[in-house]
Design a binder for this molecule. Structure first.
Ligand SMILES: Cc1ncc(COP(=O)(O)O)c(C=O)c1O
Length: 404
């Protein structure tokens, strides 16, 4: 009889979004006349930028003609896109990344889940708490997490790094020594970020203990403050210890179009073994390339018009973020995030749990957000609101919350 990967049985049910959906369903059945505003899910709402749409149309037309038709894309991505990324996302920031260190993919979720393929299951993994759930669950699947301990709500082999009000939502260096460290800045779900100086401390630490950093910079485009690194490769020595994950989802609205990339520097080695070569092998074996038309759309994000249009979209969402943040602060709430990220991390008032506040908001304001406890034990007592809605809905939702 065949056997399954029993690590999957250790996964804890992800009830977060299904529980939210069930609660909304139940409420709407009882109150069909109420208009519910959703500030819960981290999906964009604005349409693709005109420059991107135009590139998509052109690429589709190319596919209709024998001479310009494209079959399988190169495994690692088309040169035109890798080179636009290299120039605009790295060279322009003084980061010495080369084209052959960039691997095009269908998004940061797949890459953050798959990157574990090139690492030993014996590695100890450190993750932030609260956290984007993919880092944890993919390590559970791979067998790196140990057993789930219900009393502590934690896995036995994972090193949890609490991100709380006390450390400004930037993790302290762990007491136990990790082999793989997952960092995400600007952060989902807390909406907070790390200064370049503090990120440098992580790079120095990783090099000292021989750990690799998996750095998720999916929200890089939302950075507004000076002194925040747009890529980990702005830090000295990062090419020797860090892999960076990037996405076109939040900077250019590609959540439904699917495009991302991963940077694996050639200097990053385990003994004599180059991780760049391992990831190239993994990518070439298990992935057959991102669609030509999507890569052309990605290239258009870096055109003059594309840059302008996508920056305007980010600004639109950040206007929402700022509105949520300042209005809730004025109303007496304790609020974090929303300055360098499209997420607001709200402290629940009067000691309510995250789920109690969810019910309070749903019933009292007909507004839906995401309970912080769904992102990890240290998220209890917090609540995430996203800035990805329309300005009108966001304004109305916030006014309702403030009136409560
Ligand atoms: C931190 C983080 N990384 C990655 C992703 C997924 O990105 P993509 O759409 O490129 O798969 C998300 C999506 O919400 C995210 O919040």
């Amino acid at each position: 009889m065949f056997q399954i990967n029993e690590n999957y049985l250790k996964l804890q049910g992800s009830y977060l979004f299904s529980s939210i959906a069930a609660k909304i369903r139940a409420y709407t059945e009882l109150h069909p006349d109420k208009k519910i505003i959703r500030l819960g899910i981290g999906d964009v709402t604005l349409p693709l930028a005109p420059a991107v749409i135009s590139a998509l149309h052109d690429a589709v037309d190319e596919m209709a003609v024998q001479e310009t038709f494209h079959g399988y894309a190169p495994d690692l991505g088309y040169e035109f896109l890798r080179s636009a990324i290299c120039t605009n996302d790295f060279r322009s920031r003084g980061a010495d990344i080369t084209v052959d260190e960039i691997f095009i993919s269908d998004g940061a979720k797949s890459d953050s889940g798959n990157i574990g393929d090139i690492f030993s299951v014996n590695n100890r993994v450190a993750i932030c708490d609260p956290v984007y759930p993919v880092y944890l669950d993919s390590n559970v699947m791979d067998g790196r997490a140990g057993d789930y301990v219900p009393e502590t709500e934690r896995y036995s082999r994972v090193i949890y790094m609490p991100c709380t009000e006390y450390n400004g939502f930037v993790p302290d260096l762990p007491k136990e020594q990790p082999d793989m460290i997952y960092l995400c800045f600007p952060n989902n779900p807390t909406g907070m970020t790390i200064s370049k100086a503090d990120l440098q401390k992580w790079v120095d630490y990783a090099r000292e203990v021989g750990a690799v950093i998996i750095y998720d910079a999916a929200y890089e485009a939302y950075i507004t403050e000076k002194g925040v690194a747009h890529t980990i490769y702005e830090c000295d020595g990062a090419k020797e210890c860090a892999i960076e994950l990037r996405s076109f989802s939040k900077n250019a609205g590609f959540t439904g179009t699917r495009l991302g990339y991963t940077v694996v520097p050639k200097q990053l080695k385990c003994g004599d073994v180059s991780l760049n070569a391992l990831w190239a092998r993994r990518h070439g074996t298990k992935f057959n390339g991102t669609a030509y038309i999507v890569q052309r759309a990605g290239e258009a994000v870096y055109s003059e018009a594309g840059k302008k249009e996508t920056a305007a979209q980010v600004a639109y969402y950040m206007r929402n973020a700022s509105y949520i943040r300042t209005s809730l602060l004025d109303a007496g709430y304790t609020v974090y995030g929303g300055v360098n990220a499209p997420y607001i991390w709200l402290k629940t008032p009067h000691g309510m749990t995250s789920w109690e506040f969810f019910d309070y908001l749903l019933e009292g304001a007909n507004v839906v957000g995401t309970p912080g406890s769904g992102f990890g034990p240290s998220g209890e007592g917090f609540f995430r609101l996203t800035a990805f809605g329309s300005y009108e809905n966001t304004k109305e939702a916030v006014e309702r919350i403030c009136r409560m």
